[in-house]
Design a protein around this ligand. Structure first.
Ligand SMILES: Nc1ncnc2c1ncn2[C@@H]1O[C@H](COP(=O)(O)OP(=O)(O)O)[C@@H](O)[C@H]1O
Ligand SMILES: [Mg+2]
Length: 323
C-alpha cells in the first residue's frame, strides 16, 4: 500500500545507535502514520528506550536519520520538541512539587497562559484520578507517580506521544485505567508510539506492531496479520473418560475443514486429544458443535490455548518475550 507523504508522522531511516560493541539499535527503518497507535514490542534490552531517546532528540544516532512531523532529528530538535510528548520509562517528576504544579509547569513551558494551564491541568488530573491531592508528589505511590508522569506528557496536547513502558510496575487496576486513557487518546487524532514488552498490552491497544529484537525490527503488521502469518494454530486439549468416546470425536474431526491435525497424548490416566485448528473463537465454537457436542458428557477436562503474540515472537526468535 502506498501512503502519501503528509499522512506520515514519523519516518525512520536505517537508524543506528551503537555503544562501543553493543548495537542497541541496529538499522531500524519504519513509517508510522498520523493518528495510529504503533507499538514497538520486544524483550528487555531489545533497544526500545534507545530508539525513543533518539526519536525524541535526547540521544544522537551513530548513523541514519528520522523525520518526526517533517523535521529531521539531526537538525530539527527545536521544532520536534514542540510537537511531542514523552512519558519516559523512568518516572521523571519534581518530587517537591505537588501534582498540579508538576503538570502546570510543563503546560506553561509549552506556551500556555497561566489560566489555560490551570484549567487543562485540572481536567487531566481528574481523568487520571489524582486531582485534589495537596501533598508533594514524592509521597505518591508508584502507580500515582506513573499517572502523574503521563498527565505531564499529555497536558499540552502533543501531536505525537511517546510512551515508554507506561504500565510497568502498575497494579492491574491502575494498568486498566492507563489503557482506557490511551484508548481514549486514539479517538483524538494523536499519533502514539508505545514501547512495551507486554504482549497483552500491545495486542489490545495497537493498530500496528513492530517486533524488535537485538536492535532490529524482525516483523511488523497488525496484531491479526502477525498472528496469522507467524503465529501458531489454536489448540484445544480434550480429555475423555473412555477411549471409545475419543475415537468417535477423532472420526468427527475428519470432516471439519479448519482442523489442521490432531494427536493423542497421555495426560496421566486420561485419554487426551490435542486438536490444532485455524481461525478465531468462532471456529472454536464450531469445533465444539461439530466435533464434540454429542460426546460432551464424556469429556472429563478441556483446555484451550489461543494463538498469541507470544507465539509469534517464539516462532520468530526461538525465545520467549518474558525471558
Ligand atoms: N548509555 C548506554 N551505554 C551503554 N549501553 C547502553 C546504554 N543505553 C542502553 N545500552 C544497552 O543497549 C541495549 C538496549 O537497551 P535499551 O534501549 O534500554 O533496551 P529496552 O528499552 O528495549 O529494554 C542494552 O543492551 C543496554 O544495556
Ligand atoms: Mg526500555
Amino acid at each position: 500500500m502506498s501512503v502519501s507523504k503528509d499522512s506520515i508522522a514519523i519516518e525512520i531511516k536505517d537508524l543506528k545507535k551503537h555503544f562501543k560493541e553493543v548495537k542497541a539499535v541496529d538499522g531500524v527503518s519504519l513509517k508510522i502514520r498520523k493518528g495510529e497507535l504503533f507499538s514497538i514490542l520486544g524483550p528487555n534490552g531489545a533497544g526500545k528506550t534507545t530508539l525513543v531517546r533518539m526519536l525524541t532528540t535526547v540521544l544522537t544516532p551513530t548513523a541514519g536519520d528520522a523525520n518526526v512531523y517533517g523535521f529531521s532529528i539531526l537538525t530539527g530538535k527545536k521544532e520536534i520538541v514542540k510537537n511531542i510528548g514523552v512519558c519516559p520509562q523512568v518516572i521523571t517528576i519534581y518530587e517537591v512539587l505537588k501534582a498540579e504544579e508538576n503538570v502546570e509547569f510543563i503546560a506553561i513551558m509549552h506556551g500556555m497562559t497561566r489560566k489555560e494551564a490551570k484549567e487543562k491541568t485540572r481536567t487531566i488530573l481528574e481523568a487520571f484520578g489524582i486531582a485534589g491531592r495537596k501533598d508533594w508528589s514524592k509521597r505518591f505511590s508508584g502507580g500515582m507517580q506513573r499517572r502523574l508522569n503521563l498527565a505531564m506528557s499529555l497536558v499540552f496536547e502533543p501531536k505525537i506521544l511517546f510512551l515508554d513502558e507506561p504500565t510497568a510496575g502498575l497494579d492491574p487496576q491502575a494498568r486498566r485505567l492507563v489503557w482506557d486513557y490511551i484508548r481514549d487518546l486514539k479517538n483524538r487524532d494523536i499519533t502514539i508510539i508505545l514501547m512495551t514488552h507486554d504482549m497483552v498490552e500491545a495486542d489490545s491497544l495497537s493498530d500496528r506492531i513492530a517486533f524488535i529484537d537485538q536492535g532490529k525490527i524482525i516483523a511488523k503488521g497488525t496484531p491479526t496479520e502477525l498472528k496469522e502469518k507467524y503465529g501458531s494454530d489454536n489448540a484445544l486439549e480434550v480429555s475423555f473418560i473412555n477411549q471409545e468416546d475419543l475415537e468417535i470425536v477423532k472420526n468427527n474431526l475428519k470432516n471439519i475443514p479448519f482442523v489442521v491435525n490432531w494427536s493423542e497424548i497421555s495426560r496421566k490416566e486420561r485419554k487426551t486429544l490435542l486438536i490444532s485448528f485455524q481461525g478465531g473463537l468462532k471456529n472454536l465454537m464450531r469445533l465444539l458443535q461439530q466435533g464434540l457436542i454429542d460426546n460432551i458428557d464424556e469429556v472429563e477436562n478441556m483446555k484451550f490455548r489461543q494463538n498469541s503474540l507470544e507465539d509469534v515472537f517464539l516462532n520468530l526468535t526461538g525465545k520467549r518475550l518474558r525471558d
